[in-house]
Write a protein that binds this ligand. Sequence first.
Ligand code: HEM
Length: 503
Amino acid sequence: QQLLLPHDPKLPPEVFHLVPFFGSAASFGNDPLAFFDSCRRKYGDCFTFVLLGRKMTVCVGPKGSNLVLGGKLSEVSAEEAYTHLTTPVFGQGVVFDCPNHRFMEQKRFIKFGLSQENLQAYVGMISEEVANFLNYDAQFTAFREKDATSWSPFHVLRTTSEMTILTASRTLQGKEVRSHIDSQTFSRRYADLDGGFKPINVMFPDLPLPSYRRRDRAQKAMSDFYVGILRNRQAEKGEQEHDMIASLMGQAYKDGTPLSERDIAHMLIALLMAGQHTSSATSSWILLRVAENPEVGERLYNEQVEHFRNADGSWRPLTYDELKKLPVLDSVIRETLRLHPPIHSIFRKVMSDIAVPPTLFAPSEDKTYIIPKGHFVMASPAASQIDPLIWTDPLKWNPARWADAAGAAAKYYSTYYDAGEKVDFGFGVVSKGTESPYQPFGAGRHRCIGEQFAYLQIGTILATLVRNIEMKLTHPFPEPNYHTMVTLPKEPCNIMYRRRSEA
Ligand code: HEM
């Protein structure tokens, strides 16, 4: 069909493919960033490809991100793009299974729960969980034996997944969830829910497969589990907790409707799923990069010593306020999220025709394209984050790029093309706008609300680990695996560790 029908010049150029329906699924699925890069060279910054029968129009670069992430509600819809994936897993009435203004209110309720006071309380809980993990996990026997000479391996993905769920349940999810984390019932339900939260579920929402049935059963059981916790808390009226359950109980929408038990239960499941893979993938990439660059591990360690070591050699506990002021730690997380953002592309369904202005394109383009209703639009912050037009030496993991000469964190040096002009940003504080070239947490109305929590969780895990162990990599740095919901390191991904003699 593609060969026979002339291409409508008003539409963005379409990527050539041989197999109808399947389209460019293999190239996109195997390596979306390489695919975007090669299409961008051939077709410019706005092009359409076929993905399992859907027309996906990619808008690359910061201007493309602006078009997708800053798009009007009448033009682009996240709920139409994602609800088939999220509603069977999170449950009804929340996130994309309610009108957008409702979801925006739900995001506001969650923000209340991430108050300074709660975040402050979480730091100690997270470092305690990590220290406990080192004291019981089978991979860390050498650590417990106080063996500071020989190196032993740990599997980075398994370790960070466990640390992430343990620390998120201890803090956000609350003590009842934490006490069930190790139970077989909870693990099985979580695994079944997770089994229904995969790329295949985005493309094929309803298949008669056992994994879909297991997902539905697990969702119901998980929802009942959370409702049980709420009812117990209401009956017991115990002391005020610092978790999300406590902060969501008693909230009401602007029209006076209280948040129902099921809303709260389903919001908690949504938070569990939204934070687990993103944070554990990020922690994995960070540990791998630190292990690959042991001198950075030493800088992280020295930063801890400088800020938190007492004269007698003992450690002062980490605090939230101080954690935010550690430039080496901050730049390591920030740089890893630039090079290894867990979410490589973000998409929306087009609800009404969108006119793409010529300014989206490279300087020589001068026409307006129409992205028609029914297409999906896709932005790729991950592509902008390694764009050589924007970043110096973009594929090099270099935390120092975030520090200016005086060592202040959260800065970047960049240039990029704006309507044909090379714009020099110089050193600037990272913009949070929809047109920023750095968006690991997205932008616009669907921007992540978990960023502060993720920085705190990942920063505390990393600080606690570098206080206790040295790390190195003895195999090549792992390639990214794009076939999973978030971008994960491929196998092998083991890190060699050795107990610090001072630990
Ligand atoms: C949205 C990334 C951790 C909760 C997003 C989006 C991105 C993102 C890119 C935008 C998605 C879109 O526009 O379609 C990340 C990364 C994380 C992280 C890189 C960790 C390193 C978390 C955590 C939580 C969370 C820990 C919960 C505590 C959410 C929620 C949304 C969101 C509720 C809003 C979705 C929407 O409005 O459509 N995140 N996230 N995230 N994230 Fe995160």
